[in-house]
Design a protein around this ligand. Structure first.
Ligand code: 13P
Ligand code: SF4
Length: 310
């Protein structure tokens, strides 16, 4: 069947019909951000998913995010517009290898970044996001050894911020690891008054130049409140849509990736489109499903995160 001419109105009508909430991450394409009921970082999205009384959750983000919403809402229908919207960071931590890694460090507790599969969450003690990782690690007794998985860049940043000696799983995000220090410094020379704001998934070589480091929500708040008028933004460029909407009088310059990679958009996040979002709601599929045991085991470390970051 042909798609409706006005997808925005059609999606609004489906929201009412299904009693659905549309949750979107800042890395979604602008149209999706504009139709969403809530846009946020990974922590905000989890908190919203935990609190919603809507019957259907339409998750405009990647698989691990929709999975987290499902773990928090086992009885609700959770839709992801494209089931192939994965995450290179989550893929960099396969469960069988991680089980061996964990077994090799038997006295350690496991703090996992939310960018991991439900299987990894089920093997973890506490889940964290980029906005609460430092806060949560600081709540763990100093004598307790910790494995931090799967992002080595966030892990190294958290270790430096907390002074803790974390055992790191060596995973990373393809988007944040492709930013080029050299090109970023060239941009800074062209815009000497601009401040550099960066996501902690970036490598150390990038983060050492940053005026501010934080989650997507933290970056958004920072550029709103800062006296500065220009920013070089070192994360997925989708966040710039929200920055321009909320602070229209300032200049946001996307940081360039290196020569081997043409764009700073996450190829997984961008698999979702407004058309696929509409079709998912109309057909009530693709749906997130999980084995009952994994769903149950993964819930506790997520609940710990929600309690500890409150
Ligand atoms: P935050 O949403 O915590 O800023 O993380 C960014 C990210 O890479 C999500 O995939
Ligand atoms: Fe995963 Fe990186 Fe994409 Fe975030 S930006 S979803 S961490 S691949």
């Amino acid at each position: 069947a042909a798609l409706p001419k006005d997808l925005f109105s059609a999606i609004e009508a489906l929201k009412k019909e299904l009693n659905a909430i549309v949750l979107a991450h800042y890395y979604q394409e602008p149209d999706i951000q504009d139709i969403a009921d809530y846009i946020g970082d990974s922590l905000g999205l989890s908190q919203k998913a935990a609190a919603t009384d809507a019957e259907v959750i339409v998750f405009a983000g990647v698989h691990f995010m929709a999975e987290t919403a499902k773990i928090l809402n086992p009885d609700k229908l959770v839709l992801l517009p494209d089931l192939d919207a994965g995450c290179s960071l989550a893929d960099s931590c396969p469960p069988v290898e991680f089980a061996k890694f964990k077994a090799a460090h038997p006295d350690h507790i496991v703090v996992s970044y939310i960018n991991c599969t439900a299987e990894i969450k089920a093997m973890s003690d506490i889940i964290c996001t980029s906005s609460n990782a430092v806060k949560l690690v600081n709540q763990i007794p100093p004598e307790q050894p910790i494995i931090f998985a799967p992002d080595r860049n966030l892990g190294r940043y958290v270790a430096a911020q907390t002074g803790r000696d974390l055992v790191l799983w060596q995973g990373s995000c393809i988007v944040h690891e492709t930013f080029s220090e050299k090109k970023m410094l060239q941009l800074k020379m062209e815009h000497p008054n601009a401040e550099i704001v960066a996501h902690p998934e970036c490598e150390e070589a990038i983060l050492r130049h940053a005026n501010f480091i934080g989650s997507t929500t933290a970056l958004l708040k920072y550029v709103e409140n800062s006296e500065t008028e220009q920013f070089i933004v070192v994360t997925e460029s989708g966040i710039i849509h929200q920055m321009e909407k909320q602070v229209p009088n300032k200049l946001f310059i996307p940081a360039p990736p290196d020569a081997n990679c043409q764009c700073n958009e996450c190829p997984h996040m961008r698999l979702n489109t407004l058309e696929k979002l509409y079709l998912a709601m109309k057909n009530r599929t693709p749906e997130i499903t999980l084995p009952a045991d994994i769903q149950k085991q993964a819930l506790l470390p997520i609940q710990r995160m929600l309690t500890m970051s409150a």
